[in-house]
Ligand binder design. Structure first.
Ligand code: UDP
Ligand code: MG
Length: 162
């Protein structure tokens, strides 16, 4: 059935979202969680951790040739980070839309970075940029047992299922 298929797809798509140390220190955890929650996405994992520098380097390994790599990894490991996994139909791409452009000077108003950040090196949030990175980042930050599968009561009001 198409409806079964739609619900299945919504359950399967997951993305990794992290509130960086600047977002945590600025008291923006609830604000950011709320934007994903109100949209209709489902929180399936959350924890607060201080990543080591080595861990930050793994997380950002794709950027290791960039001039800002070292400073970026120092910053990510400088304090508490809120690591999350969000689930829902289109959550990877739309999560990036909620977050806004990498440089907050270019992020649209209404986006998390557009509304809440000013410079690229303090842009408060990370989100996976595609299905492969989402899979890798979820596996890096969480063990499978930390991911909670459940049916939200609201799902039948968010998706076209009965
Ligand atoms: N970054 C930076 N200077 C730059 C580009 C990126 O400090 O010129 C930082 C910024 O915090 C960004 C992170 O590096 O969020 C990862 O860069 P990426 O291009 O993956 O941006 P994102 O996926 O976070 O939008
Ligand atoms: Mg990125």
């Amino acid at each position: 059935l198409l409806q079964d298929h739609q619900l299945h797809a919504a359950e399967l798509e997951r993305t990794f979202i992290a509130i960086k140390p600047d977002g945590v220190q600025r008291g923006l955890i609830a604000e950011i969680v709320s934007r994903f929650e109100r949209k209709g996405f489902k929180l399936v994992a959350i924890k607060i951790v201080v990543p080591s520098k080595e861990f930050a380097q793994k997380h950002y390994h794709d950027l290791k040739e960039r001039p800002f790599f070292n400073g970026l990894c120092d910053f990510l490991s400088s304090g508490p980070v809120v690591a999350m996994v969000w689930e829902g139909e289109g959550v990877i791409k739309y999560g990036r839309k909620l977050i806004g452009a990498t440089d907050p000077q270019k992020s649209e108003p209404g986006t998390i970075r557009g509304d809440l950040a000013v410079v690229v090196g303090r842009n408060i949030i990370h989100g996976s940029d595609g299905p492969e990175t989402a899979k890798d980042e979820i596996a890096l930050w969480f063990s499978p047992s930390e991911l909670v599968s459940y049916t939200s009561n609201a799902e039948k009001w968010i998706y076209e299922v009965n």
